[in-house]
Design a protein around this ligand. Structure first.
Ligand code: SF4
Ligand code: SF4
Ligand code: SF4
Length: 350
């Protein structure tokens, strides 16, 4: 363990952590745009600066390791003024449309700009941003949109696609932050290699990469398991008025914050108006709505009569890739214990 001081408080932290990670562990939030714990830190955005006693310049918390005896100030006047300048520069180059933006209420740029608003030169922002010529929105992907006017050039999307998804779906100019050449930084989303997984969309901290359909504001998160395959990716459903309006990947053991196109975008069936919401029992050739009790009684009676007439071997169970591993376990258990045979299989082998 290392002994450090953060904002005057003595602390013990694990070795090998960056300042940002050490502060996160003790619930001190350091603003960041380009940081992602799964990626090698690059300190592109410059907003995570902190003051370290003995250093002349501010240091990037995302890429500086803690050292024994380090005295760190995360909130000094110098730190706050430097962060405000970063925000001011971004906002000068930004389409300021918060009231109509899908990310309003769920956007790091909006949150930080509010927090640092008293140190931002609003007149400069207003004058510079109003002179910017709007660039065309790229809506070539069927599932998401890239709005270069809201891109803050953090390159998270590009790095996630390259380093984690390994698909190389985004062309990116790596020469660094160039405020007057924003159209060249992310030259093109959706190269032919793109598999529309949406992992770039999930990490974008602002409204530059957004799903074509969905909502962010005032949504409730519900953690669950993706229903599409046995990998069992964890994600948060975004729910509003009992309707699913989006999916965000969670850091599950098997998916580590990534999803495929089905998990990320294929949730519409849940609220489809034609989806069955009650059991149906066929009576006189027609399906009629029934309660769950009636349906279970009906199934149990049928099972018993078939078993009496034809024996246990008359049954087989076929389960689905859309079930979770736990549901598949329960189903095979029912076949072996209730149906009393080993006739159990899964649609993946059909
Ligand atoms: S991306 Fe954020 S800051 Fe930009 S318009 Fe949308 S909500 Fe506002
Ligand atoms: S959708 Fe997936 S593959 Fe396509 S650019 Fe984004 S991260 Fe890359
Ligand atoms: S699109 Fe989003 S994630 Fe990509 S560089 Fe721009 S702001 Fe960052």
């Amino acid at each position: 363990m290392l002994n450090i001081k953060v904002n005057g408080t003595k602390l013990q932290v694990n070795e090998n952590l960056t300042i940002l990670e050490a502060c996160k562990d003790i619930d001190i939030e350091i603003p960041n745009f380009c940081y992602d714990e799964r990626l090698v830190p690059h300190a592109y955005c410059g907003i995570c600066v902190v003051e370290v006693e003995g250093e002349n310049e501010l240091v990037h918390a995302c890429s500086t390791k803690v050292e024994e005896g380090m005295k760190i100030n995360t909130n000094s006047r110098k730190v706050r003024s430097s962060r405000a300048k970063v925000l001011e520069n971004i906002m000068c180059d930004h389409a300021l449309e918060c009231t109509t933006c899908i990310r309003t209420g769920n956007c790091k740029l909006q949150d930080y700009s509010n927090e640092y608003s008293y140190s931002i030169d609003k007149q400069r922002v207003q004058s510079e941003s109003s002179k910017k010529e709007l660039l065309p929105i790229d809506d070539s992907n069927p599932l998401f949109i890239y709005d270069p006017n809201k891109c803050i050039k953090c390159k998270k999307c590009f790095r996630v696609c390259e380093e984690l998804q390994s698909t190389h779906g985004i062309e990116c100019d790596l020469r660094g932050y160039q405020i007057d050449r924003r159209d060249e930084l992310i030259e093109k989303i959706g190269k032919p290699e793109c598999v529309s997984c949406g992992n770039c969309v999930s990490v974008c901290p602002v409204g530059a990469l957004t799903p074509k359909k969905g909502e962010f504001y005032n949504t409730k998160k519900v953690r669950t398991t993706c229903p599409y395959c046995g990998v069992g990716c964890q994600f948060d459903l975004k729910v509003k008025n009992n309707i699913i309006v989006g999916v965000e990947p969670a850091n599950g053991d098997s998916n580590k914050g990534l999803l495929c196109v089905k998990g990320k975008f294929g949730y519409k069936f849940v609220n489809h108006p034609e989806r069955l919401t009650t059991p149906l029992i066929k009576k006189n050739g027609n399906f009629e709505e029934a309660t769950w009790e009636e349906a279970y009684d009906f199934i149990a009676n049928k099972f018993n009569s078939i078993k009496e007439k034809h024996g246990s071997s008359a049954f087989a169970g076929l389960t689905s890739a859309r079930c979770t591993n736990e549901e598949n376990f329960l189903f095979q258990k029912m076949v072996r214990v209730v149906m009393n045979n080993n006739n159990i299989d899964h649609c993946a082998r059909l």
